[in-house]
Structure formats: C-alpha cells, structure tokens
Write a protein that binds this ligand. Structure first.
Ligand code: IPD
Ligand code: CA
Ligand code: CA
Length: 265
C-alpha cells in the first residue's frame, strides 16, 4: 500500500472514532450556520483537526484544503478533507455519514479514502491499483440502462435556485428507473456507485471535499464520472454524474436538456 494512502486511512479512522464517541452528546452540541441549511458543529471541527494533525506528522510540507479550516500551505500534493460528510444526517441522528480524504498530486486525484464509522466500512482507491471496500475489490454494476436501475442523487438543499432544474431532471429520470435514493452524504453516494450498491448518481453544486475521494473510487471500480456536459470540470464546478458506463451516459442524456446557463459546466 502506498504510504500516503496508509496515512489517509489512519487519519480517517481516528476521525471516525472521534465522531462515534461524540454520538453520546450529540443533542448538546453547539451548532452554527455557515450558510443556508449549512451547519457545522464542534465534531466537524475536531474531526478535521485530528485528520490534519495526523497528516502533518507524516507530511509537514504538504498542502491542505479542508472544509472547515480552508486552505493551508502550498505544495504539489494537496490533501482534500471533508471531516464529516453528511452533517445534517449526523445532527439528526440519521445514521449515514462518513469521513472523506482525497489526495491530489499535480492537479490529479491519486488516492482516496471514504470511511463510514458506523458500519466500519473503509473504501479506498489508488490510481491504477483499483478500489477496495475493506479488503474486497470493488466493481461498479453491469447495468447498461436506466430500466431497473437504482440511482442516487442529492437535493440542492443549500442552493435552492437550482431546484427547478433539479426537479425537471427528476421528472424525466424517475419514471425510467427502479427507484431513486437520497442518502445525504455525497462521498458515500460515490462510494456506493463504486461498490455496485447503486447503478448511478448525480448531484448539483458539490464542493471539492465532497467528491475528491469518491470520483477516484468510481473510476478505479470501472465506472465513469463527468460533469453535466460530459467533461471533467466536476472538481471545479461540483456538478457530477457518475455510474456504470451505460447508466452514466443515460443519466447525462436526461440531464442535459434541463441545464440552465449556470449549470452548463
Ligand atoms: C453535504 C452532503 C450532502 C450533499 C451536500 C453536501 P456536508 O456535505 O454530502 O449529501 O447533498 O451537497 O454539502 O455539508 O454534510 O459535509
Ligand atoms: Ca460534504
Ligand atoms: Ca462536511
């Protein structure tokens, strides 16, 4: 295993343990609002500090991009961290959230870790070396079309201006699939595509830390990831469509007609 992946796993596990320990006092947590429907608690911040201090011990010169503390340092290697993806779930006691760490080297994601502390599921990927769940190799599903497929998505709950376009997408996709899922953790949605638990996934307006690890998991599990115009602007713009080859293309075909000017990237 690559030494950087090893450190990412150590950091994700120790943040995950911190999140689990904090469950006992979740109702007493002080919660602040960063933006519309965008909440943060001490658990997010402490988990992030835990991750950063683990990374810094091993790689003091590497740069960090973390959701709660922002950018630190300048280096060709950047650790992209979401200490708690699924904060709304966490704060409500809805048991579905994770820690996400992606490692970008010279502008390309090379390693990714998504850790679900409740199920003790560790999703990992290194470019060119495949994706794993615990010790099992992951493959996306063989599903070729939307018919009978299970597709995950996310509501644009922080960006209500995109709701009409999202709702149009749902209107054309929903009648064609077996069902849709809204889990509330983008990193787990992508990990579940990689694991073949859903056939595809799309969401509007994610941040780099939501998707850095998950996109590599999907690609290394044999899946496809694009933005809404079929390009690779998803890290920059946060609009993402992922899935097995056939399902990803079918979703993209259904999404394209509903794009507003702002979403054409
Ligand atoms: C959110 C979750 C959610 C997605 C949002 C993200 P957070 O991350 O991934 O599923 O719909 O767009 O912001 O705020 O819980 O880290
Ligand atoms: Ca997130
Ligand atoms: Ca978060």
């Amino acid at each position: 295993m690559h030494p950087m992946l090893n450190i990412a796993i150590r950091a994700a596990r120790s943040a995950g343990n911190l999140i689990i320990r904090s469950l006992q006092h979740v109702e007493h947590l002080e919660v602040t609002t960063k933006g519309r429907n965008d909440f943060v608690s001490d658990v997010d911040r402490l988990a992030e500090q835990e991750i950063i201090s683990t990374i810094k011990k091993a790689y003091p010169d590497h740069a960090i991009l973390a959701e709660e503390s922002g950018e630190a340092g300048k280096n060709e290697t950047v650790w992209i961290i979401d200490p708690l993806d699924g904060t709304t779930n966490f704060l409500h006691g809805f048991p579905h959230y994770c820690v996400s760490i992606g490692i970008m080297v010279k502008g390309r994601i090379e390693h990714g870790v998504v850790y679900d502390p409740l199920r003790d599921e560790l999703f990992t990927a290194t470019r060119g070396a495949g994706a794993q769940l615990n010790d099992r190799r992951l493959r996306v599903t063989k599903q070729k079309s939307l018919e009978n497929s299970l597709v995950a998505t996310g509501f644009p709950f922080k960006y209500h201006q995109h709701f009409p376009a999202f709702s149009n997408m749902v209107s054309t996709i929903f009648p064609q699939v077996a069902d849709l899922r809204r889990g509330g953790s983008a990193a787990l949605d992508l990990a579940y595509v990689a694991a073949g638990r859903v056939d595809g996934y799309w969401e509007i307006g994610l941040q780099k830390w939501d998707l850095a690890s998950g996109i590599l998991l999907v690609e290394e599990a044999g899946g496809v990831v694009t933005d809404f115009i079929g390009g690779n602007g998803y890290i920059e713009h946060g609009n993402i469509v992922a899935g097995s080859l056939g399902v990803q293309q079918a979703l993209l075909d259904e999404i394209k007609p509903h794009l507003t000017e702002e979403l054409k990237k």
